[in-house]
Design a protein around this ligand. Structure first.
Ligand code: FE2
Length: 185
């Protein structure tokens, strides 16, 4: 599917954003937390949008299955379905960090021991399905890509956006942030 209007994105989050992202927080809260971590880090508007929307592919998976859970035992490449669905409304500065954020996790898992140790249990489990830590050759190939620095930044915010002590975000928080960011593009 393709999002043709901002309202289409909001509708998907309104309907499916209360599903759990990880062990303890909802998809909507995870999205808003990631975007806030990006803002705090001084990211461009495009990259904050990428952080906010990077897991929309998971919601599309849930919708397609009419199920309340992200599929835990299969990798359906949510990074591609999400980036593709957003490609009508957004340029590559938004879609490509999303498309590469899982590869960034595989890269960081191979090159940063502390990062690998810090992954949540859900994220560590999905890493196996996503191909595990990159080989040396894959790391070299990944680093040569122009999208990689942004994808790595996005990935680090992704891992920070799981704070159970933060106030949960509502769909209104999500919508407001999305509209402000789109206005700034
Ligand atoms: Fe995420």
């Amino acid at each position: 599917m393709l999002f043709e209007h901002v309202g289409d994105i909001v509708s998907v989050y309104r309907e499916y954003g209360d599903n759990m992202y990880d062990e303890e927080i909802s998809q909507t809260t995870h999205a808003v937390q990631c975007a806030r971590r990006a803002q705090e880090d001084g990211a461009s508007t495009s990259l904050v949008l990428a952080a906010l929307l990077h897991d929309v592919g998971h919601l599309l998976e849930i919708r397609a299955r009419a199920s309340t859970q992200v599929v835990a035992d299969m990798d359906l490449r949510h990074q591609d379905s999400g980036a593709n669905a957003l490609s009508v409304l957004f340029g590559e500065q938004v879609t490509e960090p999303i498309r590469w954020h899982v590869e960034a996790k595989r890269f960081l898992s191979a090159t940063d021991v502390e990062y690998a140790r810090s992954l949540s249990s859900g994220s560590a489990a999905s890493l196996v399905l996503q191909g595990g830590p990159m080989s040396t050759e894959e790391c070299v190939e990944f680093l040569a890509r122009t999208q990689s620095p942004d994808a790595i930044r996005l990935r680090r915010w992704d891992d920070l956006g799981k704070d159970v002590d933060d106030i949960p975000a509502t769909i209104d928080d999500f919508e407001q942030l999305l509209l402000i960011l789109m206005n700034d593009l």
